[in-house]
Each structure stands twice: as C-alpha cells, then as structure tokens.
Design a protein around this ligand. Structure first.
Ligand code: KG4
Ligand code: ZN
Length: 347
C-alpha cells in the first residue's frame, strides 16, 4: 500500500510517499520560516499563498523521489485539522482533487495523531504492538498536550496547555532576548554555554490551582504565559546589551523552566510502567531529549522519539498514519471540510 501524504496545516508545505505505514520512500518539506521571520511569527495570509505556490512542485518532487509512477499510488492522505483554516484548505483541497483525478480513496488525517505516529516512521523504528500503551507528549509551535495512547487509533487526552504552546514560549522568549525566529533552535544552541540556575523563572504554575479544566486534570495541564511574562520583567529590570555574556545563562534558565514543566507533567502522567513518547518540533530540543531520557531511565521504561527529520511538520507522518489504517477514509472524506480546532482523544 503506497500512500501519498500532504501536509499544509501551518507554515510547512510537505508531501511524502510512505509504503505500508512505515517505509518512507520520499519526504519533501518546504519550510516557509524565512517568509515569516521578519514578522516574528506565522502570518496566515502569507502561509496560505505560499502553500498555493509551492505545493504542486513539492508533490511532484515527492513522487519523483519515491521512484514510483502515479499509477502505483494507492491512496491520498492529507491533514484536515487542527491548524490554520486557510493553510489546511490548500492541502486538503489539493488532496481531494488528486483523489478524484486518480480515482483513489482520500484519507483525512488529524495532525496531532500524525505527530504521535511519527515515532513509528523508519525501518529501525519500534513497532506499535511492542510499545503500546504509552504516554505521548506532543510539543510544537501550535500544540502542547499529553495523550494516553492505548494503541494506534485509540487515544485519551490527559492534559493540554491552557495558554501558550511550548514552542510558542520558545519563540516569544527568543524574540524578547533578540535572538530571532524561530526561537527553539537558537535558545537550544545558546543555552549550551549557559548556567541553568542563573535566573529562577516560574515553573508553569497556573493560577487555577488544582481541580479540572474542561474535564482535564489541571495537574496534567501546562501554562507557559507566566514564564514568558517573567522573562519580560526580568529583561526590563536587567537589560542585556549586545554581546552580553549573561545572554547564555538567561536563555538557559528560561529553557530550563519550560523543560522542567514539561518533564514534571510527564512524570505525573506516567503510571503503571507505560512507555513515554515525545513528538513535534520542540522534541528536537537537546535538553528536553536528555531530561526525558533520564526520566525514562529512572522509571525503567522506553523513551520513543521520532527521527529528527520527522519531529517538525512533515507529510511522512500523514502518509504513514493513513497507511496504518487510521484517519477518515473512503467516500465520507470527500465531503469533509477542514477542521481548524480538531481535537484528539476528547470524548
Ligand atoms: O512541529 P513544528 O515544526 O510546527 C508546529 O506544528 O508548530 O514545531 C515548530 C516549533 C517552533 O516553535 C520551534 O521554535 C520549535 O518547534 N523548535 C524547537 C527546537 N526546534 C524547533 N524548540 C526547542 N528546541 C529546539 N531545538
Ligand atoms: Zn505540527
């Protein structure tokens, strides 16, 4: 089963061909980061225009690199949510058109579910049967949540951020520090030379205290707006000058506050010896990977991480998940609309 996957939920235009849900024959990602960098964040109008311009050639490239002919593609899969409506529309409409033209089924995929599935991509990746059930931490620029994965296709949302996503905290923090966009990679790099306990930033505490929010245990929910505000006030009171040798330590302290919060919630969610997975752009963070590795070691469980090329937005995770038999496939998908606020594992 060869699936062509298409992903355009935010600011990456991606296409990929995956065989039998695991073997990635091609994965092409065009990142629009340079288009959004001058604005310090993703501009939806620029994102959707760029998807329209680039998607046809990205799909062609994915087919060519796969070594397959069009008539060897068995299914078209595309993200239908969550994400930016105007971006989702480009990829999902293109997928509908291709499915119609090729007379192949269309499969509509949930982007968060696909991020979780990314840990199973590649020949040396674990097989789901060996590691389910597990807890998945999905951390990206748009999402931060903890999901209990019973098996591929069966999920229960345990917690989510009540304000900013972890990647957003990195991006906004880097902006305040004058380090540019996107913030995650640069904070990760700069922090290596810094002192993690130089500034005591708050650890993702939210003012709601204990209890529940929208049916979720607050103890498993995240909050990152406080740490960002704390950095703003710290920099107001302790301005950094260009070339300041405190930069690395302030960045490292800020990064550690975000990562402490992520690791703390993972620890709380891990019960009964289930394994742990992390996915999404922030799962590239070297300090997060090390800290989650320590946590898994402490608990005697496995830590599942995607290959670096499948951490950020990509289409291999979309095609892979469809090839694994998930998503909304068949005639229902052709009349489906994009769903910008689509959730995962919510009853
Ligand atoms: O998954 P992704 O490519 O797109 C979304 O679905 O949002 O994630 C992008 C996010 C950005 O916020 C970026 O700053 C963050 O992932 N990121 C990182 C690192 N690399 C990318 N955050 C922390 N450390 C990194 N090394
Ligand atoms: Zn994503």
């Amino acid at each position: 089963m060869n699936v062509l996957g298409i992903e355009t939920s935010c600011d990456e235009t991606a296409a990929s061909v995956v065989r039998d849900g695991r073997q990635v024959l091609s994965s092409v990602v065009f990142s629009q980061t340079h288009l959004h960098a001058p604005y310090g964040g993703v501009v939806p109008e620029i994102a959707s225009r760029s998807h329209v311009e680039t998607l046809p050639s990205i799909i062609d490239e994915a087919i060519t690199k796969s070594g397959l002919a069009w008539n060897q593609i068995d299914m078209i899969a595309a993200t239908y949510g969550p994400g930016l409506a105007s971006s989702l529309l480009v990829g999902f409409s293109a997928a509908k058109g291709l499915a119609m033209k090729l007379d192949k089924p269309l499969c509509a995929i949930n982007h968060i579910e696909a991020h979780i599935y990314s840990v199973f991509l590649g020949d040396d990746a674990p097989v789901p049967e060996d590691v389910c059930p597990f807890i998945a931490l999905v951390v990206s620029g748009g999402h931060t949540c903890l999901v209990h994965v019973d098996r591929v296709g069966s999920y229960r949302l345990l917690g989510r951020t009540i304000d900013d996503a972890a990647g957003e905290a990195f991006d906004k923090g880097a902006n305040l520090l004058g380090l540019g966009y996107p913030g995650g990679p640069v904070i990760d790099k700069v922090s290596k030379a810094g002192q993690k306990d130089y500034v005591k930033f708050p650890r993702g505490k939210h003012r709601h205290g204990k209890g529940q929010i929208a049916g979720l245990d607050l103890d498993l929910c995240f909050s990152f707006s406080g740490v960002k505000t704390a950095l703003l006030y710290y920099l107001r009171d302790n301005p950094l000058v260009s070339g300041d040798d405190r930069m690395a330590s302030v960045a490292a302290s800020y990064q550690e506050a975000i990562i402490d919060a992520l690791v703390d919630k993972c620890r709380k969610a891990l019960n009964g010896g289930v394994h742990l997975a992390a996915a999404g752009g922030v799962s590239l963070n070297s300090r997060l990977r090390a800290r989650l590795g320590d946590l898994a070691g402490e608990k005697g469980i496995r830590l599942l991480l995607p290959h670096p090329e499948y951490c950020g937005d990509n289409a291999a995770m979309i095609a892979g998940l469809a090839g694994a038999g998930c998503g909304i496939c068949g005639p229902d998908s052709m009349t489906l609309d994009v769903f910008p606020n689509l959730e995962l594992g919510v009853e």
